[in-house]
Write a protein that binds this ligand. Structure first.
Ligand code: AMP
Length: 223
């Protein structure tokens, strides 16, 4: 099953993507994580992407597409995958459709009010070592400032600073929100209410995926 996690920054795509991955066994591909890794490793691609990321702008479609295409070609993606943070605009959606046999089956759009998004992003902390995500209000680490998994010191993402958050939300409305109508027309779109506990959002997602999996099994059987 191929799943797109749409939804604004801070809506919980990363956390829900991890839970879906654990339950259904599909790899989660976060373009944000791939880009941050490239920046950290100072690769040529990372060097090109860094300035746009720090401003809260989108990285160029070509750079992102190059990364996504290479990742989707790997063996673990052949049965399905979860895309977190991609596509981010209509052009990227077209580019994804251009990759052979990469038909997206389910689009999950985690919805949340702007006020809540700002609160969540401001409270987010990440582990620079293992990538685990925390939130000081709803998913705090056991020991303040320390990753539960690998004990590294937690940090705030550069683009979770207040002025950059507002720019990211502006870009989301301008570039990414039009994808809602785009996928609604293709009847793949499922809105998910994101302003609830992690567990209850995941229950809602599981209910949608159960129906969609049954549909795709039925059509496989017919083929
Ligand atoms: P995220 O972790 O998804 O919030 O992404 C962090 C940053 O990485 C974004 O603000 C963009 O600068 C960049 N980025 C991530 N995914 C994409 C994408 N699909 N297209 C362009 N830029 C992206």
């Amino acid at each position: 099953m191929r799943i797109i996690l749409l939804g604004p920054p801070g809506s919980g795509k990363g956390t829900q993507g991890d839970l879906i991955g654990q339950k259904y066994g599909f790899p989660k591909i976060s373009t944000g994580d791939l880009l941050r890794e490239a920046v950290q490793d100072s690769t040529p691609l990372g060097k090109k992407a860094e300035a746009a990321m720090n401003r809260g702008d989108l990285v160029s479609d070509d750079i992102v597409m190059q990364m996504v295409e290479a990742r989707l070609a790997q063996g673990d993606c052949q049965k399905g995958y979860i895309l977190d943070g991609f596509p981010r605009n209509i052009n990227q959606a077209h580019m994804l459709e251009g990759i052979a046999d990469q038909r997206v089956e389910v689009v999950l759009d985690i919805r949340m009010s702007e006020k809540k998004l700002i609160e969540r992003l401001s409270a987010r902390r990440i582990c620079p070592q293992c990538g685990n995500i925390y939130n000081l209000s709803i998913k705090a680490p056991t020991e303040p400032g320390v990753c539960d998994v690998c004990r590294a010191g937690l940090v705030q993402r550069q683009d979770d600073k207040p002025e950059v958050i507002l720019e990211r939300l502006r870009i989301y409305h301008q570039e990414t929100e039009p994808l809602i109508a785009y996928y609604q027309k293709k009847a793949k779109y499922h809105p998910i209410e994101g302003d609830r506990s992690i567990k209850s959002v995941f229950q809602n997602i599981q209910a949608v995926l159960k129906t969609e999996l049954a549909k795709s099994n039925r059509s496989e059987a017919i083929r």
